[in-house]
Design a protein around this ligand. Sequence first.
Ligand SMILES: C[S@@+](CC[C@H](N)C(=O)[O-])C[C@H]1O[C@@H](n2cnc3c(N)ncnc32)[C@H](O)[C@@H]1O
Length: 309
Amino acid sequence: MRATRSSISPTTSPTTKRSGFFSTREKPAIKSAERRKTQEFAFDASDFAYLQKLVKEKSGIVLTDDKQVMAYSRLTSRLRSLKLDRFRDYFELINRPGSDEIDHCLNAISTNLTSFFREKHHFDFLAKTILPAVQKRATRQKNLRIWSAGCSSGEEAYSVAITICESLLSSAGWDIEIIATDLDSNMIKTAKAGRYRKQQLTSSMDDGVIQRYFDEDGSYLQAKTRLKSMISFSRLNLLGSWPPFSKFDLIICRNVIIYFDKPTKRTLIDRYHQALSTEGHLFLGHSEKMDDPKKQFTSLGKTSYLKAG
Ligand SMILES: C[S@@+](CC[C@H](N)C(=O)[O-])C[C@H]1O[C@@H](n2cnc3c(N)ncnc32)[C@H](O)[C@@H]1O
């Protein structure tokens, strides 16, 4: 559902009219060159309020009041390339019928920080607890399905694939599917390419592992086809409808719901519960502990959860 002027409308009150981040009363004498440096594009408090509402509605991401400067700086290159002077005009463009600018806006606004084997204890838990349990209960059908939800540039999904390959599962004729999705289409492009700067890998993997799964390409390492073929990357907004997924043995959604408000988190966790197989697991990020997992999940510590009921 696209935001329209009627659903989200910037308002400017003459008494609170602000020039960029400073009220005109606070900074009355800014010269034009100086003004260009401090505030290249017109962005006042009402523009930020509009952006907060738009981003929340479209992605679930809550831009708290202290994020005004960050939001401005993340969007300036869009306005520059579109040759716009005011955020007000940028919002008009977003709302124009047929415009896909909201996707670029969300790409710019989302925080994509990630790394290989981030929060390593989850990969140890996958190797030592989940994979042996899945192997044990598999009889005729040897399927393993994992979802990296909010995968950013792919490091999390590749870390999962490497963990599986390094375990016994890879050689035992298993049907392994790793689905990796993110809202940010630029991140999905990077993830699909599977090409990373060397130093992104050397801090978390030893040379032997790197050589088994990556090919050298100057100062980059390229994921081998065997590794890439284990993962399907695609763009997906977690707030929207999901494709008819088969049930997952593990859903990894780390450092994503931290940006959402409580009702959005709750809804998403309910949906993950439904998307998991019996005895499926859910990993959240280190600061995303579930408030009350009792009914749906059993906490196994360190933001690892087992589906209950
Ligand atoms: C900080 S990164 C976390 C990456 C990885 N899971 C990790 O822990 O290293 C958060 C990711 O969540 C994605 N994201 C935010 N809102 C989303 C939404 N509504 N649907 C899908 N992905 C979303 C962002 O684009 C971003 O790439």
